[in-house]
Design a protein around this ligand. Sequence first.
Ligand code: DGP
Ligand code: NA
Ligand code: NA
Length: 216
Amino acid sequence: ARVNMSGRRGALIVLEGVDRAGKTTQCRKLLDALQREGHRAELLRFPDRGTAIGQLINSYLEKKSNLEDHTVHLLFAANRWERVPLIKEKLQQGITLIVDRYAFSGVAFTSAKPEFTLTWCKQPDVGIPKPDLILFLQLSPSDAMKRGDFGNERYENRHFQEQVLRQFNELMQDENLNWKVMDASQCIDDLHQEIKSHTEKVMEQVGDNPIRDLWR
Ligand code: DGP
Ligand code: NA
Ligand code: NA
């Protein structure tokens, strides 16, 4: 691995939220802004549909296949674990990572299904790199619907999204994590400025702090 001359590691920045909150747009704008200012930053997104596991997930989301609910939960977690070596390497090299969804989506989406507890859902992601900052793009399911019809993918319906939001709210009670709740109903550029300023603050603070383990 390349040595990071500044001695400062990159920050692990996660964007979360219900579907249509604008995560993908904001990830891209944040990446562009950081790079323009000369920071080393890269984008990751989960699920990463490009890997072998990601292809199983993709076909499940597109409803081309059915998978048992526990099984699909473990596949999503495995899809994050397969990127853990890369995540650690980039952070150590001083590269800030902007991540479009992470284990919090993993837990919120599965625990929104009947008969899944938060405790069970968290286990497969225990120990993945702990984010330095989690930006939650808050948008009510009714405002999300106004942004146009949901697509045809699995999970894209209002009732389910309401359950997901409830589960995210539970996860946000965890004071060991650095959650920042953002109003995603504001205009794209104002939201971007808020996200950028939180991110830059955290990038300053990480210094050479060790990368910690999530939920451990
Ligand atoms: P996206 O590519 O960001 O549109 O995400 C695809 C869908 O998959 C979206 O409805 C959220 C859901 N999702 C993302 N991560 C997970 C996960 O880890 N577990 C489950 N069950 N669903 C997830
Ligand atoms: Na989606
Ligand atoms: Na549940």
